[in-house]
Structure formats: C-alpha cells, structure tokens
Ligand binder design. Structure first.
Ligand SMILES: [Zn+2]
Length: 473
C-alpha cells in the first residue's frame, strides 16, 4: 500500500495554533478548555475547507489529553495519537450527508448511553449536520435536551440556516471565515519548503486563488501541480497544465476594449476559444480583471489586489488608461450579462456580443466631466477671444441649463430681478402667453466694458432669457 498522503491530510493542523485563520474560534475554545467551562454542544459553521472538522478534532483531543498545555493538546500522549489516527474509542465521526436517517441518530443515542472507555469525554462530531432528516433532528434534539455529563456534540455545517432553531439554540455557535488568499499563500509556501519543492510567486498566487477561500481545495491544486511539474513548479507550465487563461490575456482584452478594436478582439477571442478554455472561467476572469482595475484606479493602492507583485505593477499601469467611470460602465455590463451567460445555451455567441458591447461602450459614451470641461473651455474661449461663433455654441449648450453661465462678477453681466415665471407676448400675434423661465438670472449689458462682439453674445442671451426685462419695461 502506498504511503502517499495528500497535503491537506499530511499537513492537517494538530493544535489550535496551527490552524490557519479562525483565531476567534480557536482562542475561545482554548479559553473554555483552560477555564473548564465546557458546553455540551458546539456548532461550527462556515464554507467548505476552512477547518471545521479539523478544529472539532483538536478540541476533542485537547479535552481528552493527558498532558494539556495551555489549552493545547500535547499530540504525544496515547489519547492524542489515537485521535490523530482516527481510532480513539470515544471519538465518533458521523457524516450526515450519507448517514442522515433516524436509524443513524438512534445508533448515536445508543452509543451515548455508555460512559467513555478511555477519556473523560465522549465526542460525536457530526459533519454536514444540516443534511439530517426531520426525524433524525428530533432524535438528536432529545439527546441535546438532557445530555449526560460526559457527552459533547460538535456539529459542523456549511448551511447553518437549514438547521432547526431548536437545535441551534442549544449549541454554542462558532462561525468560521473563508481563509484569506495571503494566508493560503503562506501555507502553500510553507508546505512547498517542507517538501523541498521550488515554486514561483505567480504559481503560489494561482494555486491560492483557485482554492477560493478553502485551504483544502488550494492544497488539492498544489498536489496536482506537484504531480505535473515535479519539484519545480513554474507558472508557465502550471497554467497550461490547468488550462486556464493566462492573466496576460486579460490585459490584452482590456487593451482591445480601450482602443475599441472590435475586429481584433473577436479574432483574439476565437483563437482563445479554440484552445478549449472554459468560457465561464474566462468570463469570471474578465469581470475580476476590470474589478481589479477599478480598485487600483480609485484607491491607487495595488496592494489591495490578491496578486503577485509583478501583476500589481501591471494593474497600476493599466488602470491609468481608464477613468473610474469607464470601468464602472464596463463592470455594469458584465454584471448584467452574468446570469444570461450562466444559463445561455450558446455561450460563445453571447460572449462575442458581450465583447462587442464592451468594445464600443466607452467610445459611444462621453464622460460628464469631459463634457463639462469642454463647455468650460469653449466658454472661456468665447469670452476671452470675443469669438461670437463660439459664444453661440456656448449659448446653445447652455440653453437647457438653469443658470446662465456668464452672469458672474468676472464678466460684464449683472443680475437683475428674480422672477421665475412671467407672461410675454407671442412674437407673432402680440398675445401674451405663459412662458416658463428656467433661469432666475436676467442678463443686462454693462456698457462701459462691453465690446461689439460681446454685444452679440448679450443680444443672443437676452433673446433666450431676458423675458422678465421685457415685462418690467
Ligand atoms: Zn495529549
């Protein structure tokens, strides 16, 4: 029989201090052990692969340990060794995913009746407890209502909301967190060192990322990487082995999008598709890429990204090619397409349409800030150079806006009157008609400083806005 052990098992933490992340849970448990305040049932909830059963076993080990050290099991005594090897007679593990019926819980009920054989406590570690049937939950509740003093239940679940409230209320709850990518990376580096395996930074990040918050999953990818690459894991080999798109591909894609290069983005996409990439992974990758660009663009802090240093530098550079508004628009389109994409029967066509939309999106939309600065510069130009033509453009642009832009103290106009609505005669038949005046300002000529061309502007402005003056005259 082979002695090979997968890394997740070989490097499974054997004491609270070795558990990655989850300090809140491990510290509380240690305190409980030291103070002797032990509850009869605990509920550990959290995503898969974050250490729920590992913590449950360490807890059982510590409570039955013959040589407890500040709340930590010694891992040397007979009891510790038996629990590590899964052969301790007082520690039972039940997988509720496959043993979910009333008979399984009755077996637990029967076993619970007897005193522990070796240790002080008898443990039932129930994994995926939310999978139990209603009857099984009822039977479990009966034990939890009046547990014998030696009995401890540690329930673990990925779906705490599916557990009846009657059970939950009898448990001490410990929510476990997803493990952060840098914590997973640190563990991968540590194990690689231990196994004398050379691994580059990019590979560490890739493996950690694929773990998606679960250390066990990341270590699974690490084992695969070792079997493929041997004792020298290189990013270039790893990414082709895993057949996932290279990060650089996303930079190429954002390059096509920013230059609105529809033709080449479609050619590029089809080449990638021929390589057999999973389109969902690719879609998620593009979304994450623009999210990363938005983070760097708005915070100017690439260290917030779960990336290696070389990619952080790339993100810094690329983020300067987009405004935050542009990135937000691109992300909005991607998010809106997410569900359609997931359930589409033809992802390829949808993907092409989506890329086309992303490519043209920012070309067709002008940023409001750009428009404002354009108008401002036109305004300045018309006033400084007395360019009547530009002035008319200014006037046209400002027609729907409530304030007349030139009525500040710097130029030759002054405010007069404050009426918002008035009646003026229709220019053709002389009859008065209701006329809503958007602007409260009324423009009046200051004859001292006004040039001929300014007069044209003023006349034009008056034509548009100076209705109140007409009335008062
Ligand atoms: Zn021990």
């Amino acid at each position: 029989m082979s002695n090979y052990k997968v890394s997740a098992r070989k490097y499974r933490p054997q004491s609270f201090s070795e558990v990655t992340s989850q300090e809140f849970v491990t510290q509380t448990m240690k305190n409980a052990i030291i103070s002797g305040k032990i509850a009869h049932s605990y509920l550990l909830s959290g995503p898969r692969g974050v250490g729920k059963t590992t913590i449950a076993r360490i807890f059982a080990k510590a409570l039955n340990c013959a040589d407890l050290k500040k709340g930590e099991p010694c891992n040397k005594c007979n009891s510790c060794e038996e629990i590590t090897n899964g052969i301790h007679p007082d520690v039972f593990e039940l997988d509720a995913a496959s043993n979910r019926g009333i008979d399984d819980v009755r077996a637990v009920q029967d076993a619970a009746k007897f005193f522990p054989i070796k240790g002080k406590f008898k443990f039932f570690i129930v994994d995926e407890v939310h999978m139990l049937t209603q009857q099984a939950f009822n039977a479990l509740l009966k034990i939890l209502e009046e547990p014998p003093s030696y009995l401890i239940f540690i329930l673990a679940t990925t779906n705490p909301e599916k557990i009846p409230a009657t059970i939950v209320s009898r448990c001490q709850r410990f929510p476990l967190q997803r493990i952060k990518i840098n914590e997973i990376s640190a563990k991968v580096i540590e194990i690689a060192k231990e196994e004398k395996i050379k691994i580059d930074d990019e590979s560490v990040f890739l493996i950690s990322k694929l773990g998606d918050g679960a250390l066990r999953d990341a270590l699974g990818v690490f084992d695969m990487a070792v079997s493929f690459c041997g004792d020298n894991i290189k990013y270039s080999e790893l990414k082709s082995f895993l057949n996932i798109p290279d990060k650089d591909i996303y930079f190429d894609i954002s390059g096509f999008i920013r230059s609105s290069d529809l033709k080449n983005i479609l050619i590029y996409f089809n080449e990638l598709e021929d390589k057999g990439f999973d389109l969902q992974t690719f879609f998620n990758g593009i979304t994450e890429h623009f999210r990363d660009l938005l983070i760097v663009s708005t915070t100017s802090n690439p260290n917030l990204l779960d990336e290696s240093d070389s990619f952080r530098e790339k993100y810094s550079a690329e983020s300067k090619n987009f405004t935050a508004d542009q990135l937000q628009r691109l992300l909005k389109v991607l998010f809106e397409a997410e569900n359609r994409f997931r359930f589409s029967s033809n992802q390829k066509i949808l993907f092409e349409a989506l890329l086309a939309e992303l490519c043209t999106l920012n070309r067709d939309v002008k940023d409001l800030s750009d428009l404002i600065s354009e108008v401002t510069s036109l305004k300045k130009k018309s006033l400084i150079q007395n360019d009547a033509e530009s002035a008319e453009i200014v006037i046209d642009k400002f027609t729907p806006v409530s304030d007349i832009p030139v009525s500040s103290s710097e130029n030759s106009f002054s405010k007069k009157n404050d009426s918002a609505e008035s009646e003026i005669p229709d220019s053709k038949n002389g009859k008065p008609e209701a006329h809503k005046v958007k602007s409260k300002s009324v423009v009046k000529k200051n004859s001292d400083k006004t040039t001929v061309k300014e007069t044209i502007i003023i006349e034009k402005l008056k034509e548009l806005f100076d209705v109140v003056e007409y009335k008062t005259d």
